[in-house]
Write a protein that binds this ligand. Structure first.
Ligand code: ATP
Ligand code: MG
Ligand code: MG
Length: 574
């Protein structure tokens, strides 16, 4: 794992540890939480939050809770709960500690939240507002101008309480009343918009995936989140910068309710960090859903998606994602992280791990005219150049081979060292077939359309790699190949960026208008025969082409399907 680097959150945690700010008998001094709403699949932005929260718990002997923030019944579903748990685990983290699971749902607190809401009403700190949605929004005012108090703001406590109870009992329709906070007499004039009597509860006659039809009023995020944190004794509640303005309400709420005896001190503290924006990627759940529902991609786990399930299927490793999160760090400054940073972490993780193999992606026939038909010579190559202990792999050389189309030029350009035919009185090029023999190009065949369909060579029997004769041949070209008769024919999916614009949804752009039409190219490739045994999720480096993974859905041993995880070199700057 990557070594943790200092950042402002760690600095806060360390000074709190030194000062004993969150010291509590029998409990860790660092308790964080990852609080997804189960309304979609996790994406690479969530990974940043997961690595931060679970990483702090790991590094400071604390713990991290997984909490489903499930207060919007219409949008949430068990399907999302399941995939979120799966993704967190796959990323390498756990909410289990000492035999105890710290898995929570905001909906488990509905009774407590309701009791706290009544407490606020009884103490004049919340009231039922019966304005129309339009009036409420207009009276809220705009940034820079004070809002206007609701005509219901000073209704008697008993009246608010009665209506609130009737709201709960189902006597009203959606939108008829809203419970709002009253932080202070002049809160509606606050320069901070979220202090202007934020809504605490709204009426929603909707079925909840966990509480069923028990409730027809649901608590708002701003009310639920601080209370859930406090009930779980969270010490550091980390969220993205857009919640900065919610912090005064957060503090007011937990202090007010702690004073009311609903939970002990010390209360949790909120800290904000910059969300992840990654070039060539969108991370809004709404936009990701649109890509799925409009069929731009084949589901949430499409390898072009920046979802955790998509990245997993694409061939990313949890270690690469953790390394990436460590490298980008945590700061308070919003910005864009370059996609090459993510792929750099991926390559750094895969390079030492991935066994090597040969694949010909755009095949052209090579015929070794002086090699006897029907015979083979076994060639071998290291499984990994830096792991001699992993041994060697072997594959046959024969009369007919596949090479890459780009490895032959009828008329060579300057400095081209691969195959080209004899021209005028000059012989054809000499090229080493990697791990095999040196060959000399003698000619080529074309079809009636003028396409080159085969290249002819002669081989030098004493030039085999690894034999003493090999040293007698000095050639500049060294290319990959597979034996046509023995190669494994397989589908290979070449993935590229999903968007052509580095900031697909930046500056109000329509992300759907900058889709890359070539984000997926499927080819029939010829692979080294040993790859027939590849298991789903197994990763390889196909020499010179990049990293590939056997697709976890469509690949089966004997009939593998490979996804290109990433190319060998960075191509994002192009
Ligand atoms: P969306 O707005 O797309 O629905 P969200 O932020 O509302 O996303 P949640 O499920 O509520 O999604 O997010 C869970 C946690 O992940 C939150 O604490 C949130 O701050 C964090 N998170 C979400 N997106 C990012 C991101 N791009 N970078 C860092 N953290 C993120
Ligand atoms: Mg959201
Ligand atoms: Mg959210």
């Amino acid at each position: 794992a990557a070594t943790p680097s200092p950042n402002f959150v760690r600095a806060i945690v360390e000074s709190d540890l030194a000062a004993g700010t969150h010291t509590r008998a029998g409990m860790p001094s660092v308790i964080t939480r990852f609080p997804p709403e189960p309304n979609g699949y996790l994406h690479v932005g969530h990974a940043k939050s997961i690595c931060l929260n679970f990483g702090l718990a790991r590094d400071y002997q604390g713990r991290c809770h997984l909490r489903f923030d499930d207060t919007n019944p219409e949008k949430e579903d068990q399907e999302y709960v399941d995939t979120i748990m799966d993704s967190v685990k796959w990323l390498g983290f756990t909410w289990e500690q000492g035999g105890q699971e710290y898995l929570h749902y905001a909906s488990d607190y509905f009774d407590q939240l309701y009791a706290m809401a009544e407490y606020l009403i009884q103490n004049g700190k919340a009231y039922v507002d019966s304005q129309s949605a339009e009036d409420m929004s207009r009276n809220r005012g705009n940034f820079g101008t004070p809002g206007t108090n609701s005509p219901f703001r000073d209704r008697p406590v008993e009246e608010s309480l009665q209506i609130f109870r009737d709201m709960k009992a189902g006597k009203y329709k959606d939108g008829e009343h809203v419970l709002r906070a009253r932080m202070s007499e002049d809160a509606m004039a606050s320069p901070i918009m979220t202090n202007r009597d934020p809504a605490l509860y709204r009426i929603r006659h909707a079925h909840h995936h966990r509480t069923g039809d028990k409730w027809c009023i649901y608590p708002m995020y701003d009310f639920t989140h601080p209370i859930s944190d406090a009930l779980e004794n969270i010490t550091h509640s980390l969220c993205t910068l857009e919640f900065q303005d919610h912090r005064p309400f957060y503090d007011w709420l937990v202090e007010t309710l702690a004073a009311g005896g609903f939970f002990d001190r010390p209360v949790p503290r909120q800290y904000e960090f910059a969300r992840l924006n990654l070039t060539y990627v969108v991370t809004s759940k709404r936009k990701l859903r649109q890509l799925v529902t409009e069929g731009v991609v084949n589901g949430w786990d499409d390898p072009r998606m920046p979802t955790i399930v998509g990245m997993r299927r694409r061939g990313y490793t949890p270690e690469a994602i953790q390394l990436f999160c460590e490298r980008i760090g945590v700061s308070k400054a919003d910005g864009w992280i370059d996609m090459s940073t993510l792929e750099g972490a991926l390559r750094d993780d895969l390079d030492p791990k991935a066994p090597r193999a040969v694949a010909v992606l755009r095949p052209l026939k090579l015929i070794v005219d002086n090699f006897p038909e029907g015979e083979t010579v076994e060639c071998s190559a290291p499984v990994h150049p830096h792991h001699p202990e992993w041994g060697t792999r072997s594959f046959p050389f024969s009369r007919e081979l596949w090479i890459e189309q780009e490895d032959f030029m009828e008329v060579p350009s300057k400095g081209y060292h691969r195959f080209y035919p004899p021209i005028d009185d000059k012989p054809g090029s000499r090229v080493r077939l990697k791990y095999g023999f040196v060959t000399e190009c003698t000619g080529f065949d074309k079809d009636e359309n003028g396409n080159v369909v085969a290249v002819h060579v002669n081989y030098f029997p004493d030039s085999k790699s690894g034999t003493p004769g090999a040293d007698n041949y000095k050639v500049k070209g060294n290319i990959t190949w597979v034996s046509a008769q023995h190669a494994l024919e397989a589908e290979v999916r070449l993935y590229d960026r999903l968007f052509l614009d580095p900031q697909p949804d930046g500056g109000g752009k329509d992300f759907m208008s900058v889709l890359n039409p070539n984000a997926l190219e499927t080819v029939t490739a010829y692979l080294e025969p040993g790859l027939a045994g590849a298991e789903a999720d197994q990763r390889f480096q196909f020499e010179r082409h990049g990293y590939f993974v056997a697709d976890r859905v469509d690949s089966v041993p004997g009939k593998p399907v490979f996804n290109r995880v990433t190319t060998l070199k960075d191509s994002w700057g192009k």
